[in-house]
Design a protein around this ligand. Structure first.
Ligand code: ATP
Length: 355
């Protein structure tokens, strides 16, 4: 049992910053769990508080059955991999990996064997006698992982594990990390501010803002059913369109156009709501389309296999050129892009809109 439970966990730094605000969270045994959120939301503080590198100002942390709130880092049975890997530059790869075993007073022979075995598992077998300065960024990251693994901790804590790698290596390391976590089955918590990384790697994600958790869910849940506009805007490679809507005669009015109310949502006449739809779930046409929103194309961004098209919406009955100030972004496949200044219609795909 190495599930992690946090109850009303609070961290107030001496300067008065409330980095964690009575936070409740449960991470399941064996889970690959992401802490995701913008800069300064408290992700690293939460990770360091689980590790025991920060002392909680209030609340409790349990690892498995044990209340670890008052325990020092060395007695929590967790291993943390830091963003900069924190390898000892003067030690060989082998000594770096074996270091925690030395602290635990494991004898020299057993340490060397364990370091060699772990290095082999991570494809570092040929590099045991090198020093960190003689390794690539990806290799250094693997040494840091190997050092964390060598002790068989109950919990892995990874602070922005991929952020020091260049874009191509990051994709490779992402796949490697996911496979490794699957094979080891160790409860792993990682911090990232990159929503794509969280979606790709995690079994579940906690989206944080201002020291609080705004939603916990699987990647599909936070992508498909964001609990609030903060999560809706934060998740997704292009932010979700969020526009004002009003209910009239059982229909939605968005920028002067009537749209059906998404299925399964109860609304009352006169209610003012936020209508949300991802740019990927809107179809763009140059011809008038029923159930479509009319707009004038203002920006076309070429993103390779698709373009991101921004339109200023115009009410169906307003003269062309009269814009009420609501914009939408639409993903348009390569070769079908409109030109700036064109009038177009965007049609939400059924079942993909949110209120
Ligand atoms: P980033 O993605 O930029 O690393 P984060 O989500 O990890 O951000 P934290 O580093 O946990 O955020 O910081 C949360 C808040 O606590 C921020 O307002 C930060 O300025 C503040 N903070 C962090 N460490 C300290 C400290 N040692 N002393 C005082 N305030 C701190």
């Amino acid at each position: 049992m190495s599930a992690i439970t946090m109850r009303e966990l609070t961290k107030v730094y001496p300067n008065g910053v409330r980095a964690l605000d009575a936070l409740d969270l449960e991470i399941a045994d064996g889970e690959f769990f992401a802490l995701l959120g913008p800069s300064g939301c408290g992700k690293t503080t939460l990770l360091r508080t689980i590790a025991g590198l920060e002392t909680a100002s209030g609340g409790r942390v349990h690892i498995g059955e044990r209340d670890v709130t008052a325990l020092p880092p060395g007695r929590r049975d967790v291993a943390m991999v830091f963003q900069d890997y924190a390898l000892f530059p003067h030690m060989t790869v082998q000594d770096n990996i074996a270091y925690p075993l030395r602290i635990k007073k494991v004898d020299r022979r057993a340490r060397a064997d364990k370091a060699a075995e772990t290095a082999d598992e991570l494809g570092l077998g040929a590099l045991l006698q090198r020093r960190p300065g003689q390794l690539s960024g990806g290799q250094q990251q693997r040494v840091a992982l190997a050092r964390a693994m060598a002790c068989h901790p109950q919990v892995f804590l990874l602070d922005e594990p991929l952020s020091n790698l260049d874009a191509r290596l990051r994709l490779e390391a992402r796949t490697f990390l996911k496979r490794l976590q699957r094979e080891l089955g160790v409860t792993t918590v990682f911090v990232t501010h990159d929503q794509a990384e969280a979606l790709a790697l995690a079994d579940r994600i906690a989206v944080m803002e201002g020291g609080r958790i705004r939603q916990v869910g699987t990647p599909t849940e936070v992508f498909r059913r964001p609990a609030n506009t903060f999560v809706a805007g934060f998740i997704g490679s292009t932010p979700m369109n969020l526009v004002d809507a009003e209910v009239r005669d059982g229909e939605l009015v968005v920028a002067g156009t009537r749209l059906p109310v998404p299925e399964g949502v109860q609304v009352t006449d006169g209610e003012k709501l936020t209508y949300g739809v991802r740019p990927e779930y809107l179809d763009h046409t140059a011809e008038p389309a029923s159930g479509g929103l009319r707009g004038r194309v203002v920006v076309v961004e070429n993103l390779g296999s698709f373009s991101l098209v921004s339109l200023d919406l115009q009410p169906a009955d307003a003269p062309a050129g009269d814009t009420p100030g609501t914009s939408l972004q639409v993903v348009v496949p390569e070769g079908r892009e409109p030109a700036p200044g064109d009038t177009g219609w965007v049609v939400p795909r059924p079942g993909r809109s949110l209120l």
